[in-house]
Design a protein around this ligand. Structure first.
Ligand SMILES: NC(=O)c1ccc[n+]([C@@H]2O[C@H](COP(=O)([O-])OP(=O)(O)OC[C@H]3O[C@@H](n4cnc5c(N)ncnc54)[C@H](OP(=O)(O)O)[C@@H]3O)[C@@H](O)[C@H]2O)c1
Length: 168
């Protein structure tokens, strides 16, 4: 089983503000879709509400502390551990798609990260967690430049954990 984080963060680590993204990058949406389609995606309740509906062709697993929370077409769980247990029943590739709280909790158990580095310093209130370059190795980087549809330059970066993965 492999736990994989997918996120887009700015140069100041911002990933969102007021429960929304802070950029319009359709090329990054396409990349996100290519990576996650066909796999279970784990997210915090706030990220689900920011998306507004389950993403097609992926099983959405939502983490909340609210025992009564329900969303049609989604699996609702009450801890990261439970989310991973549910995802494992479906696939051996499990994607963590945010937000800040869930990235932070999942990072110690994550083997691989697909991070979009957005070349901007926006204001925000949600951040991607710091991670140690001692534990992680950059294995791929592809640069893209802003155009009429994508408002910032960005890089698609792949990170792989060197060793010492924690087990959940
Ligand atoms: N740029 C990106 O790649 C990206 C990706 C995803 C999200 N985002 C942004 O990130 C922001 C949202 O992040 P966030 O940190 O505010 O929220 P979040 O991580 O999406 O969700 C937080 C919620 O998850 C639940 N939760 C967290 N830990 C839990 C645990 N251990 N057990 C049970 N439930 C748990 C709680 O839900 P309850 O309150 O219901 O109990 C908590 O309020 C938004 O601005 C969004 O646009 C950006």
């Amino acid at each position: 089983m492999q736990i994989i984080i997918v996120a887009a963060h700015a140069q100041n680590r911002v990933i969102g503000r007021n429960n929304e993204l802070v950029w319009h990058l359709p090329r990054d949406f396409k990349h996100f879709k290519e990576i996650t389609v066909g796999h279970p995606i784990i997210m915090g309740r706030k990220t689900f509400e920011s998306l507004g509906k389950p993403l097609p062709n992926r099983t959405s697993i939502i983490i909340t502390r609210d025992a009564h929370y329900q969303q049609e077409g989604c699996i609702v769980v009450h801890s990261l551990k439970e989310a991973i247990a549910e995802a494992k029943k479906l696939d051996d590739q499990i994607y963590i798609i945010g937000g800040a709280e869930i990235y932070k909790q999942a990072l110690p158990y994550t083997q691989k990260m697909y991070l979009t580095e957005v070349k901007a310093f926006p204001e925000g209130d949600a951040y991607f967690p710091e991670f140690s370059k001692t534990d992680w190795q950059e294995t791929a980087r592809h640069s893209y430049y802003k155009d009429e549809k994508n408002e910032y330059d960005f890089d698609f970066v792949t990170w792989e954990r060197k060793d010492n993965i924690a087990h959940i």
